[in-house]
Design a protein around this ligand. Sequence first.
Ligand code: GTP
Ligand code: MG
Length: 454
Amino acid sequence: MGIRSHQLLLLLLAFTISTTLLLVLSIHVFPDQVADFSGEVMVESERWILGETVSTKERLLRKNGYYIHKGDVAFQFINPVEKVGTPEEMNYLNMERFADISGKEILEPLDYDIESIRSPENPDGYERASATIVALARNEDFDELAKTILSFEKMFNAKFQYPYTFLNDGTFSDNFKKGMQALSKAQMEFVTIPESLWQMPPHIDKKKAKQQMNKLSKSGIKYSKDFSVNNMLRFFSGNFYHVPEMKKYRYYWRIEPKVSFFTELKYDVFKYLQGTGKLYGFSISLYDNPLTVETLWPETMGFLNEGSNFQYVNKKGSFQWLTENQQLPGVNAKANGYSTCHFWSNFEIGDMNFFRGEAYSLWFQHLDTTNKFYYERWGDAPVHSIGLGLFADKSKIHWFRDIGYFHYPYYNCPKAENTRGCLPGQFSESLELQDRNCLQNWIDYSIDNLNKIY
Ligand SMILES: Nc1nc2c(ncn2[C@@H]2O[C@H](COP(=O)(O)OP(=O)(O)OP(=O)(O)O)[C@@H](O)[C@H]2O)c(=O)[nH]1
Ligand SMILES: [Mg+2]
């Protein structure tokens, strides 16, 4: 029995309607599945969806937030957790989310067997990790640094006695040395930094540097006439781990004058990093003044696009945190695509092998050749942060949420039974500074499961 022509027509009509329906459904109801197609079919369908021509690079950038190819590396903020609002609303939303998180009582990291790295009964025979507590200071910093050390000893180091390395571009006085040694039973080394690692490189145009720093100082940015601030920032960016006395060690904990610790720690933080394979720990994350890093991001892109440098980028990097542009879009624009979010470097616990490694070293050398540690006043905090954000797996960067800490004017303060003297969740005493906090962006874009860590 043959099919009649009107039956054939009906069949054809039904087929056309169902395929159109399927196409519409696949685009609107299952957009991810569509986005997972590869090749020209995808590009064609996306053209259809967006009504515009989209190159493969553009498509991947919009999908992943990064495009990493030889000579062609780009990053883009793609709003992965779909936060919507004006900058003010975004600030408020982030504050609320952060307050929620801070309301949870925590104690120690959950992603490691902390019992296996408890403080010893007697620190004398303790087998320590390869680590040092490092402080850069001048003789006149003695009083303020002594207060830090007293607080640090009480909260952590009296139990472990990790050795201290004091660094200075000048010479430490006998009073400084004797006074410090009286504060702790731990070993102490007092080091004069080799000039080659500290001094302004000879090819810097001093007149130009002075003009640039004068300009910045009018915007309230701290600098010193003798360029010691620039020397210090460059030293911490790319040289502190090359000081011969530092080369003995793998891990460091940086401390500073005028900081406070509020948490009594009962585990070895260095062994925590070592055991988890983590590379870096921070306590506070905030936006920077974009005037000091106007071209740090473009110069970095220049490096990544040279030769085979694209290969150094870690595909699991913290790209969204580095490129976020919702809370302070003006800051991102002035910094040419860099959010300016950084780990505040007056507190750092890290693995110096990361900084000594090929990716970070070559990138730092590239940055150094631009002379912009002196012409723009790049800081060690954004330099460390961009380096880590690009070359390290984000899961290897640890927010030491449990360590209560203060460096004027910002806090990290957990709600924890072993933390006293700070207000849980407080970022700053000044309400006006609240929008400087970008820790919530770190939590949203770089931590897969916060509850697994604390
Ligand atoms: N030896 C030496 N140490 C320095 C010099 N400049 C800064 N430091 C130290 O480097 C660290 C950072 O300097 P700070 O003045 O605290 O810089 P900052 O944290 O950006 O600024 P503050 O907000 O004032 O603390 C501190 O440990 C200082 O003691 C210097 O020229 N020589
Ligand atoms: Mg300081």
